[in-house]
Design a protein around this ligand. Structure first.
Ligand code: CO
Length: 168
């Protein structure tokens, strides 16, 4: 739990650095302390924080994630398994509309040294690749209203590890 809060805090700290929004830090901290159920979206003003878990069975615990247009989104990815990232790595990659999941996943095969994020196909957002017991996060601006695909780009995972990211 301590680690979780540390990571959330770090995410907010990074956000605050980037945006220079000092006055938000107290508010953000308060939200973390009040939250008891970490899988529910946390909304603070224009910020929304979504947690998605992954495991050794090559699964995400969510098939759908919904945010609002204009929101600053933080996606926290947890790997609750025990296997290393070399054999059961997971990331969370949000594709642009018009990018085919299969095309992206095929290109990702050749991008091992880039943690399976092929540079020639830009994405909206992507986390680091993590292994069992690890947590990572990514903060980005919600794209325009619509439905987007998210996947894990580790080789062979996109068949099971995918879902819809909905901006409304
Ligand atoms: Co994976």
């Amino acid at each position: 739990m301590k680690l979780y809060f540390a990571i959330v805090w770090t995410a907010f700290a990074l956000v605050n650095c980037g945006g220079g929004a000092q006055e938000n830090s107290a508010e953000a901290n308060g939200t973390s302390l009040q939250t008891t159920e970490e899988t529910k979206p946390k909304i603070t003003g224009k910020k929304i924080e979504l947690t998605i878990s992954s495991d050794d069975q090559m699964q995400f615990d969510k098939r759908e994630m919904t945010v609002g247009e204009g929101q600053e989104v933080t996606v926290i990815l947890k790997h609750i398994g025990k296997m290393s990232k070399e054999v059961m790595g997971h990331n969370w990659v949000l594709l642009h509309q018009g990018t085919s999941i299969t095309d992206y996943a095929m290109k990702a095969l050749d991008a091992k040294e880039k943690e399976y994020l092929p540079e020639e196909i830009p994405v909206i957002a992507a986390t680091n690749m993590i292994g069992g017991g690890e947590t990572t996060s990514i903060t980005f601006q919600a794209p325009a209203k619509g439905t987007y695909d998210f996947i894990c780009s580790y080789p062979g995972h996109y068949g099971l590890m995918k879902g819809k990211f909905i901006v409304q």
